[in-house]
Design a protein around this ligand. Structure first.
Ligand SMILES: NC(=O)c1ccc[n+]([C@@H]2O[C@H](COP(=O)([O-])OP(=O)(O)OC[C@H]3O[C@@H](n4cnc5c(N)ncnc54)[C@H](O)[C@@H]3O)[C@@H](O)[C@H]2O)c1
Length: 331
């Protein structure tokens, strides 16, 4: 994989919420000069301290070897869109609302350099639809991150119908330096890859609970202890290879026709949202939480993201190739 000098590629993150701050941290760790732009002034109240916290934890967990100050000298926090003028990649990371994203693109574009790429961290708005709102759709891509972006190795790079796939390939190359194992989605599809897989599972999970086959706890235990055990090492196809393809072939014939294929949003989640539930963030979700418990779940989740990263790093996608090469050298 070709090494690209990130220190010569200034980038910008527009929108400094939950994800904008962790993406900023990831890009600083990778060596980019980063302009972090607050589209609403409220972001300025928390952005710097959140990014600082990410660096403190990253230092404590050995993700970075230098103190936070070393990385933060490459960071400019601003509200001025004119500061984007030298940036080669601009990453939009505002709320999942197409009107807000369109208005933010309109503010970014007058300041974009000719050769800059514009990207969006949208979870589900089709890239083809978003790029049509911009002046240079061939230079527009989805960059779909997973929170917390400075510890996860997931990244989808999504081409819309008008994107220049070669530029998508460039982002694919570059993102290896962001410590990612990226996925290049060459053709736009709703939900991209990861959400299509995950939502197929969510739909079946609701079906099982709503129809009394299992409790929420049972479904979660099943996810954690079956798929959850192996998926950091292998995906579904390698898993079938490892455990015997023929058995899956047999089961598919009988099981596929019974899987739920409803199109309605499940009642169970509808009721939670109607009572303003948002899960751990407001101690109101599928499970009951006291405020202390909700806070402890957040802390435990953060701790886990660093631990699982350590394990995942020991098992990159080319682990077997690496072991074979080592065995050849040792022989
Ligand atoms: N949270 C996740 O795990 C996750 C994962 C993948 C993708 N995403 C996507 O990333 C994007 C940002 O998500 P987040 O979780 O960081 O959200 P967030 O609510 O934490 O941050 C949203 C940011 O949007 C901006 N914003 C809010 N109202 C605005 C307005 N009226 N005009 C301009 N800017 C405004 C602000 O900068 C705010 O900080 C969304 O598109 C989301 O779907 C989130």
């Amino acid at each position: 994989m070709e090494n690209i000098n990130t220190s010569e590629i200034p980038v910008a993150v527009v929108g400094l919420g939950l994800m904008g701050c962790s993406i900023t941290t990831c890009l600083l760790i990778a060596g980019h000069p980063v302009v972090a732009l607050a589209p609403i002034s409220a972001d300025l109240n928390h952005a710097e301290s959140r990014i600082n916290k990410h660096f403190e934890r990253s230092f404590a967990n050995g993700i970075v070897q230098n103190s936070p100050e070393h990385y933060l000298q490459n960071l400019t926090i601003t509200e001025d869109y004119a500061d984007l003028k030298n940036c080669k990649i601009v990453l939009e990371c505002t709320i999942e609302n197409i009107d807000v994203k369109a208005s933010v693109f309109g503010k970014i574009e007058p300041h974009l350099a000719e050769d800059a790429l514009l990207t969006s961290n949208t979870s589900a708005i089709p890239i083809t639809q978003l790029q049509a709102l911009t002046g240079r759709p061939e230079r527009f891509f989805g960059l779909h991150w997973a929170e917390p972006s400075h510890t996860t190795r997931f990244l989808e790079i999504i081409c819309g119908d008008q994107s220049n796939v070669e530029l998508g390939e460039y982002l694919y190359q570059l993102s290896h330096q962001w410590a990612k194992e990226p996925i290049l989605v060459r053709k736009d599809i709703p939900g991209f890859i990861t959400n299509r897989l995950m939502y197929a599972m969510y739909r079946e999970a609701f079906h099982l609970v709503e129809n009394g086959y299992a409790t929420i706890e049972d479904v979660d235990r099943s996810c954690r202890n079956n798929a959850g055990y192996f998926m950091t090492l292998v995906g579904v196809f390698r898993w079938m290879d490892l455990t015997g393809v023929k058995a899956y072939h047999t089961v598919m014939k009988n099981l596929f026709p019974t899987l739920h294929n409803g199109t309605e949003v499940p009642k169970l989640i509808d009721e939670i949202v109607k009572r303003d539930g948002n899960g751990v963030s407001n101690a109101n979700g599928f499970y009951d939480y006291s405020d202390e418990e909700a806070e402890m779940w957040e802390k435990t989740f953060t701790e886990f993201t660093y631990k699982i990263r350590e394990l995942a790093l020991q098992y990159p996608s080319d682990i077997v190739k690496q072991k074979m090469n080592k065995a050849d050298v040792d022989d």
